[in-house]
Design a protein. Structure first.
Length: 192
């Protein structure tokens, strides 16, 4: 299905393709009852590259289904790229964000394997469980890690990486808010 839309010049067709593919993935994941299908949907970015999804979904607003799914896939890719750093930031941030820590549901102690497991569970949950819960968990995880990065930047404000960490924290916190807002819209039947 993606091949019929990718590369089209008409922006309206790109938007339609983004929404259609996101809705089809979520619908097929929920209807199938096939754990193999769920695994394939979760591993799509691993097998085909995040660029395939980004071509359609990355520019979609965060309060749309493709925009929310893009953020979940991108979060998972970020976790896979740096599970140690994400786990460290989560561990540091969770003391300041205990409610978000509980909602995120990372295993104890929050090491790299636990953070990677959360990423896989959240992505699979987007296709088989309650999408709103999956989005809320991803959003909570973002906010805890963002808090951790902000604390790391505060620990050494004169270090060259402090500015970069502060910007990353702000971006990830914003993404977390977008994911939680998308969960609210899904529950209201207004996430399309």
């Amino acid at each position: 299905m993606l091949d019929t839309f990718v590369g089209g010049l008409d922006p309206a067709l790109r938007v339609e393709a983004a929404h259609s593919t996101a809705a089809a993935l979520v619908r097929h994941g929920r209807e199938g009852g096939d754990s193999g299908l769920t695994a394939r949907l979760a591993a799509f970015a691993d097998e085909n590259g995040l660029e395939e999804i980004a071509d359609l979904w990355a520019n979609c607003p965060p309060d749309t289904l493709p925009g929310a799914l893009w953020r979940v896939y991108a979060l998972r890719a970020g976790i896979r790229r740096d599970p140690v750093g994400m786990a460290r930031a989560f561990d540091e941030g969770r003391r300041r964000a205990p409610v978000d820590e509980a909602v995120a549901g990372v295993g104890e102690p929050p090491g790299p394997q636990e953070v990677e497991a959360l990423a896989d569970v959240v992505l699979a949950g987007a296709f088989t469980g309650d999408l709103a819960v999956a989005l809320e968990r991803a959003g909570a995880f973002c906010r805890v890690v963002a808090t951790g990065w902000a604390l790391q930047a505060d620990d050494e404000p004169d270090h060259p990486s402090a500015d970069r960490l502060t910007r990353r924290a702000a971006d990830l916190s914003r993404t977390g808010g977008h994911l939680v807002a998308a969960a609210f819209r899904w529950r209201a039947g207004d996430l399309d």
